[in-house]
Write a protein that binds this ligand. Structure first.
Ligand SMILES: [Zn+2]
Length: 113
């Protein structure tokens, strides 16, 4: 009989070892060893796996895409400067049409489709 670890979050479920597909910004990073809780479904990765994921993310140019920016002003409207990494990742350019909509009061989605 093998000993199973209890979930670190709910402390009730057993952790099952599984290989799962991991996505970052909807880009597939591959399959990774994970432990998944049988009760709450929370997924855990150990330190080595996390390091591996970071490496793959860096290789695919996905690292550091999350960024902070400040809202500026242009006349009567406000503007947001996009960081270079996001511009490259999303292949944005001046004059390209994008659509935007709020998702609630704290999130703005900008889409090129
Ligand atoms: Zn759990």
């Amino acid at each position: 009989m093998d000993m199973k670890n209890k979930c670190y979050i709910c402390e009730k479920g057993d952790l099952e070892k599984k290989k799962i597909d991991y996505n970052l910004y909807e880009v597939d990073l591959g399959k990774f060893d994970a432990e998944i809780c049988s009760k709450c479904g929370e997924t855990f990765f150990d330190e080595d796996v996390s390091k591996k994921m970071t490496e793959v993310a860096k290789k695919k140019g996905l690292w550091g895409l999350q960024a902070k920016t400040k809202i500026g002003q242009a006349g009567t409207t406000l503007d947001i400067r996009l960081p270079k990494k996001i511009i490259e990742f999303m292949s944005l350019e001046k004059g390209k049409e994008v659509e935007m909509y709020p998702e609630g009061k704290n999130k703005l989605v900008i889409t090129t489709e």
